[in-house]
Design a protein around this ligand. Structure first.
Ligand code: 3PG
Length: 213
């Protein structure tokens, strides 16, 4: 069955790589290397010019690859990314206009939160899964444990400052469904075009114990 909703997509693997590509070609090579390592869900950000085109190419690499658009900071990016092939969107924060634009574009959205007020706004708009960003600087594991009290049903994808070493601790929390991060694509490996290293890191990440669902 094709994963359609954020709830389905975030359960396809424990780690979503957050990607910023310097070129479309780099995007294609890295996406292929990640997929070879068992990572099915990619978040390709719009932080670089290559973003939209990289989404388009990566979406076509394999049938079981699910490519999302990351770093949505303007409502109009939702429709552009959807057109390029994005199956979901991730934003560092949330406004009503962005929520509406994602709905209008038919783009399932994983919106970012950092405070209880952000969470209440997201809940009011109907979100059951949110990104906790920037996870480590904003309080990390203890903050997520503290959120679990007032918001027991809400699930998080923490992202920002998470490493291969800290990921398992986040994934063990009852309110975490997956984690995001850029550690699968170290700058040194990209500069050296060491795609095998990306595949190795992807395999290690995809084999992390999945959170209790
Ligand atoms: C994001 O935008 O989600 C983060 O920048 C990824 O964070 P990391 O580079 O610290 O993993």
């Amino acid at each position: 069955m094709t994963a359609q909703t954020v709830a389905e997509i975030v359960r396809l693997g424990p780690v979503i790589p957050v990607l910023a590509f310097e070129s479309v070609e780099q995007g294609e090579n890295v996406s292929r290397a990640l997929h070879a390592g068992g990572v099915k869900v990619l978040e390709i950000t719009l932080r670089t010019e290559a973003g939209l085109k990289a989404i388009e190419r990566a979406s076509q690499l394999a049938e079981d690859i699910v490519v999302g658009v990351g770093t949505i900071t303007k409502p109009e990016q939702c429709a552009l990314a959807k057109k390029a092939g994005a199956r979901f969107g991730v934003s560092p924060g949330l406004t009503k206009d962005m929520h509406q634009a994602a709905q209008d574009a038919g783009l399932p959205l994983l919106p970012g939160v950092m405070t209880p007020t952000d969470i209440i706004v997201a809940l009011e708009l109907g979100y059951e899964i949110v990104k906790f960003f920037p996870a480590q600087p904003a309080g990390g594991v203890p903050m997520l444990q503290a959120f679990h009290g007032p918001f027991p049903t809400l699930k998080f994808c923490p992202t920002g400052g998470i490493t291969a070493e800290s990921a398992p601790t986040f994934l063990a929390l009852p309110n975490v469904v997956c984690v995001g991060g850029s550690w699968l694509t170290p700058k040194s490996a990209l500069a050296a075009q060491n795609w095998d290293e990306v595949t190795r890191l992807a395999r290690a990440a995809s084999e992390l114990a999945p959170p209790a669902r």
